[in-house]
Design a protein around this ligand. Structure first.
Ligand code: PLP
Length: 398
């Protein structure tokens, strides 16, 4: 009989969202007259920018004519998209990233999950807690030793470089679930740590577009030396509403090196190219045309409108909860508000109280790691009306 990868059996069952849905459904069944509002969703709700829609319609027409039809695309992504990424997301911020360093994909979940393919199982991995679960689960699947970097109140939920050694470090700023950020000085400390430890930082910037403060780097490559120790992941999901459309990209700098067990240096850009060209056949032409339209004047205007809408929701939640005497953070450079459960409640006690007394659904922080216990995540992806109503209900109840 075939043998399974037993590492899969070590994964914790992720009951979080299933349990949230189960309790919310039971409440709805018992109180059919009450309107339940979800501030738990981690998915966008506003439609795609019109500029992207128009570009995709045009791309569909391209597929209908022999002279413009596209079959398999370049493994790295079309130049029309990579050039826009290099110019707008990097050169415009003073960062020199070339088209050959960009790999277009179907999103940051795949890339953050797949990047482990090019690294040895013998690496020690550092992962923050609380955390976006993909980093943790994919490393458990691959059987690596994992060390935890606790991100608590003392550091405003930001990760501080540890005094232990790690070979691979996952960082996420702006952060899901805490909405915290890694500011410039701290990012520099991480780059110094990585260089000293000959480690690679796997930097997830999926929420980059939500940054509003000046001292928060949009890319780790804004920090000197980062091109010798970091890989960056970006996504059009939260930037431009592509969660269902699927497009993201990863930057692996040319000359970024790791070594073989016998000390031979190996180029990671070439390895990632080899990995992608073997296991991935490219993001569809139509979707890449849609993503490229994000960088047009109209596209920029339209995505800014959506991001502002979500950030205004975040402000309403943050200020409303604070007015009710509930401690919270995040929501300034991120769509997530990290709420401290009042009166020493656990995350699930808070969930039940909110649901039963206000018919508002959020996400228990304990679902994102042990350090999340006693916290609660609210998101700003709902409608304005629902957000205002939910906050009013909470204010009246606490
Ligand atoms: N990274 C983080 C931190 C996320 O929170 C998410 C989605 O929620 C992703 C990556 C996944 O992004 P994508 O939709 O591009 O796969």
């Amino acid at each position: 009989m075939a043998l399974v990868n037993e590492n899969f059996l070590k994964l914790k069952q992720n009951y979080l969202f299933a349990e949230v849905a189960k309790r919310a459904d039971a409440f709805k069944a018992a109180h059919p007259d009450k309107k339940v509002i979800s501030l738990g969703i981690g998915d966008v709700t506003r439609p795609l920018p019109q500029a992207c829609i128009e570009a995709m319609h045009k791309a569909v027409d391209d597929m209908s004519r022999p002279e413009t039809f596209k079959g398999y695309g370049p493994y790295r992504g079309y130049d029309f998209l990579c050039d826009e990424i290099a110019k707008n997301d990097y050169k415009a911020r003073g960062v020199d990233i070339s088209t050959e360093e960009i790999f277009v994909s179907d999103g940051a979940k795949s890339d953050t999950g797949n990047i482990g393919d090019i690294f040895s199982k013998d690496n020690i991995v550092a992962i923050t807690d609380p955390v976006y679960p993909v980093y943790m689960d994919t490393n458990i699947m691959e059987g690596r030793e994992i060390k935890i970097i606790p991100c608590g109140e003392q550091s405003n939920f930001a990760p501080i470089p540890p005094d232990f050694h790690a070979d691979l470090i996952y960082l996420c700023s702006p952060n899901n679930p805490t909405g915290s950020v890694i500011k410039k000085d701290l990012m520099k400390a991480w780059v110094d740590y990585a260089i000293k430890n000959e480690a690679i930082i796997l930097f997830d910037a999926a929420y980059e577009r939500f940054i509003t403060e000046d001292d928060v780097p949009h890319s780790i490559f804004e920090i000197e030396g980062a091109k010798s120790c970091a890989i960056e992941f970006r996504s059009f999901s939260k930037t431009a509403g592509f969660t269902g459309t699927r497009c993201g990209y990863t930057v692996v700098p040319k000359g970024l090196m790791a070594k073989t067990a016998d000390g031979q240096k190996t180029d990671l850009n070439a390895m990632w190219y080899r990995r992608q060209s073997t296991k991935y056949n490219g993001t569809s032409y139509i979707i890449q045309r849609g993503a490229a339209a994000v960088y047009t004047e109209e596209g920029q205007k339209q995505i800014n409108e959506s991001i502002s809408y979500y950030l205004e929701n975040a402000r309403i939640i943050r200020e409303g909860l604070s007015a009710a005497g509930i401690e919270c953070s995040g929501g300034i450079n991120a769509p997530y508000i990290w709420v401290k459960c009042p009166d020493g409640m656990t995350s699930w006690e808070m969930f039940d109280k909110l649901l039963n007394e206000t018919a508002v659904v959020g996400t228990p922080g304990s679902g994102f790691g042990e350090m999340g216990e006693g916290y609660f995540r609210l998101t700003s992806f709902g409608s304005r009306e629902d957000t205002i109503e939910a906050v009013e209900r909470i204010k009246n109840n606490f």
